[in-house]
Design a protein around this ligand. Structure first.
Ligand code: HEC
Ligand code: HEC
Length: 247
């Protein structure tokens, strides 16, 4: 009798175990869904800004305030304190700005300048992104030491190429940023934040892929990317080029 009772108990536990596994599975799906929503998708302002018609002239007027940090060319600084934003994909720019306004990407130094009170509504994000994305990129971005480029290339081919593209060109439609020719130190900082889970809008699959990177790996791959050349037509003819819109 005791044995029978025990057997009954065992079957019950087995069923319960299945139920727990089922619940865990559903929970996993929900968590993956939430991660996706965090990195892209649930930002109403982004959706709206992507649909509006850009006004370049208003974009230029608004850009004057951004130029204080990102400079008139949109090149930022070689030391990576300010990123290059010129030549970035339109969709990526809209997403980053909308994310910052929705507190989905922290950026304390810039926050004050991009809030609706300072800048205006979604139309401002459209106009600014259209203006910035067509600015030519710097031919002289900040680079790493150059010591570990073979390792960098190997890691890039293995772990990054699937999203950021053969040459770091990214993908406008998929919201993957262009990283070719970006300043080394800016990228290293972002990379480390993404790895540590400190950049809220990071792509969860990128986080998984870089989980086991050592500091040497990170420096090597980012150095390699900083040396990837954007297509000629996206780059200014010389480092002395100045944005004529500011004359
Ligand atoms: C006070 C300085 C400052 C001003 C003004 C400023 N930014 Fe920034 N911006 C920064 C810094 C610093 C970062 C990098 C933050 C980080 O490391 O995460 C940044 C990052 C960005 C990025 C993200 C780049 C990327 O590759 O993801 C975009 C886009 C951007 N700024 C656009 C703008 C626009 C548009 C304006 C004007 C409305 C502006 N910024 C004004 C300092 C500034
Ligand atoms: C699953 C796709 C995916 C993979 C794989 C991936 N990334 Fe990313 N990466 C992204 C997306 C998407 C963003 C921008 C997320 C956002 O802010 O919207 C990003 C952002 C970045 C940034 C910050 C760019 C900026 O302008 O702020 C760097 C640097 C970067 N990735 C480097 C790498 C490197 C190096 C690898 C390989 C070791 C890698 N990524 C692998 C999708 C990916």
């Amino acid at each position: 009798m005791a044995a029978l009772f025990y057997r009954h108990f065992e079957v019950l536990m087995e069923k319960k175990g299945l139920m727990v596994k089922g619940l865990a599975f559903i929970w996993g799906l929900a968590a993956a869904g939430a991660a996706w929503a965090e990195w892209n998708g649930l930002n109403a302002e982004q959706e709206l800004a992507l649909k509006l018609k850009p006004d370049y002239n208003r974009g230029l007027e608004l850009y004057r305030i951004c130029a204080k940090c990102h400079n008139k060319q949109g090149w930022g600084r070689r030391d990576g304190s300010y990123p290059q934003i010129s030549g970035q994909h339109f969709n990526v720019l809209v997403k980053q700005l909308a994310d910052m306004r929705a507190n989905n990407r922290e950026n304390p130094s810039m926050q004050h300048f991009i809030m609706p009170e300072a800048l205006g509504d979604a139309q401002a994000l459209t106009d600014l992104s259209a203006y910035i994305s067509q600015l030519p990129m710097t031919p002289a971005n900040g680079k790493g030491s150059g010591k570990d480029l073979e390792l960098g290339q190997e890691l890039y081919m293995d772990k990054c190429i699937g999203c950021h593209g053969d040459n770091g060109e990214g993908d406008n439609e998929k919201f993957y940023p262009r990283i070719q020719g970006q300043h080394y130190r800016y990228m290293l900082r972002q990379f480390n934040w993404i790895k540590a889970g400190e950049r809220l809008n990071a792509h969860p699959d990128m986080v998984i892929r870089i989980e086991h990177f050592s500091m040497r790996d990170a420096k090597a791959v980012v150095d390699y990317i900083s040396r990837l050349k954007p297509p000629k037509e996206l780059v200014a003819p010389s480092r002395k080029w100045r944005n004529p819109d500011f004359d």
